[in-house]
Write a protein that binds this ligand. Sequence first.
Ligand code: SIN
Ligand code: FE2
Length: 215
Amino acid sequence: MSLFDHHVENEMRQELLGENAFLLRGFARLAETELLAELARVIRQSPFRNMITPSGRRMSVAMTNCGELGWVSDRAGYRYASTDPQNGLRWLSMPPAFFQLAVNAARSAGFSDFMPDACLINRYEVGTKLSLHQDKDEKDFGQPIVSVSLGLPAVFLFGGLKRTDKTRRIQLLHGDVVVWGGASRLHYHGILPLKPGHHELLGDYRINLTFRKAG
Ligand code: SIN
Ligand code: FE2
């Protein structure tokens, strides 16, 4: 029985966050052991680092990537790159467990032909936040975003097409997956400062995997 069948059979809790935007509660739970083992492999080759924004600020969220393309930021701007600027090597290819989870989550939210080629891995520590932003460095906005939460809980802000639009606040827990695309593909989103806590698998951290078709 595949992970996807299991969730279908259990009538997984799926919540609508907006047009073409879904919260899949606990969707990644069954895969957690494999996801964390693969994550360890990825960060052995490309450790977390705090990237520099084009305006010269050090981002508080630490990041790394796997997949054909990785999201990077430096003085020259935001972009996708096939190699890790820190070691010159290609990013580790996307582990099959990552790819399968992302494809299954997308399909379960109605996006049946998602082919992610990039997985951005964010690491939040207590107090760390991610300001409201749009994901718009990708070539094809026809493909959705799949975002997997692991570790400490966080409050996800999900807004509209304008930065000033009203935002919903959604508590994301270990194993939750959010999928947005179509009409909400370019909606603003962000993460409020992480509250202190301890997670049995990830300690003082929250990890987020964001899957995209970038190229
Ligand atoms: C992101 O927007 O890149 C990450 C969102 C999250 O950490 O849940
Ligand atoms: Fe984002």
